[in-house]
Design a protein around this ligand. Structure first.
Ligand code: SF4
Ligand code: SF4
Length: 120
């Protein structure tokens, strides 16, 4: 059976067990005041198999700034982990947009980007 840990590791390509909870990621994150769980806490919840992490608002307020990954002594790229959590949530829901209903002549990158962010 797929666990939240295996799903996040598959989507992100990151090894969450490399994290040793030093907290440097959270200490440098510019968005922590808006988060319900700090970045290092998100990793801990995933490792513990706590599926409620998918409902956390933290991945949605993450600014994708890469500061956490730069500061991490274990090279854990939390930005990718936040992206994986968003994808897990989005894939449970109805598509927010229909590709077939998009305007024609949009730049290809816009179509690819929308596909990744809004549909499962
Ligand atoms: S900086 Fe890296 S090792 Fe430290 S808590 Fe964050 S993810 Fe874990
Ligand atoms: S990428 Fe997200 S979690 Fe990491 S430091 Fe930036 S805002 Fe915080």
């Amino acid at each position: 059976m797929d666990t939240i840990l295996s799903k996040v590791e598959e989507l992100s390509g990151e090894n969450l067990y490399a994290c040793y909870q030093c907290g440097k990621c959270s200490a440098g994150c510019p968005m922590v005041e808006q988060m319900d769980f700090l970045p290092n806490q998100i990793i801990l919840l995933i490792i513990r198999g706590d599926n409620s992490v998918v409902e956390s608002k933290t991945p949605w307020v993450c600014a994708q700034c890469y500061q956490c990954g730069v500061r991490c002594p274990k090279n854990v790229d939390i930005t990718k982990i936040m992206e994986a959590l968003r994808l897990l949530k989005l894939r449970k829901n109805v598509d927010y947009i229909k590709i077939s209903g998009m305007k024609k002549n949009l730049p290809q990158i816009a179509v690819v980007s929308a596909s990744r962010k809004y549909t499962g």
